[in-house]
Design a protein around this ligand. Structure first.
Ligand SMILES: [Zn+2]
Length: 179
């Protein structure tokens, strides 16, 4: 009796659902509903909570908004920077969350993030796989895999993201500055 449709952005098997979507992370309503339900689990259940950083980054980069919307562009850029530190620099979740906030602050005044061409399609896991799993023990590893899949799907833009990070780190590291 339940009908599924693929999310137009991430391809997730989504409930055929009429409803609201996020203002700039554009998704099919049924996909966005699964994201909200996963977030609710993460906010209310300690067993799920520690994967939240992966969930938010993965979902954001799989649902880029209009490139004419600065908030949408910055959101994708900042979450890609976070994934860069997680998977290319092997930062732990806490350290990556911290640097993501610093980068977002830096980007407010320096505006290094610019619109990127999104991947034609996303490979691997989607919010459906996370939403569909009811075993808290598996939640964290699934979200980590999902985040890695999401990052890899953006491979054509990895060099650009690295350039943004380099600009940021050079500005933030006083020893490299000319006095
Ligand atoms: Zn989606």
């Amino acid at each position: 009796m339940e009908e599924y449709v693929p999310c137009f952005s991430c391809g997730a098997k989504s409930l055929s659902f009429k409803g609201e979507c996020h203002t700039y992370m554009l998704a099919s309503p049924g996909c966005y509903e699964m994201f909200k339900e996963v977030l609710a689990r993460e906010y209310s259940d300690f067993g799920y909570a520690k994967a939240n950083h992966y969930t938010v980054d993965s979902y954001a980069v799989q649902h880029p908004g209009e490139i004419s919307n600065k908030k949408a562009v910055n959101s994708v850029g900042i979450h890609l920077v976070s994934l860069y530190f997680l998977f290319e620099k092997n930062y732990d979740l806490e350290k990556s969350a911290e640097i993501k906030m610093k980068f977002a602050e830096f980007n407010k005044t320096n505006e290094v993030v610019h619109p990127l061409e999104r991947p034609e399609e996303f490979e691997g896991l989607t919010i459906f796989d996370i939403w569909d799993n009811e075993d808290p023990e598996k939640h964290f590893e699934l979200c980590k895999r999902w985040a890695l899949n999401a990052w890899n799907s953006w491979r054509k833009q990895h060099n650009t993201v690295e350039k943004w990070v380099t600009i940021f780190l050079n500005e933030k590291m006083p020893k490299r500055r000319n006095h």
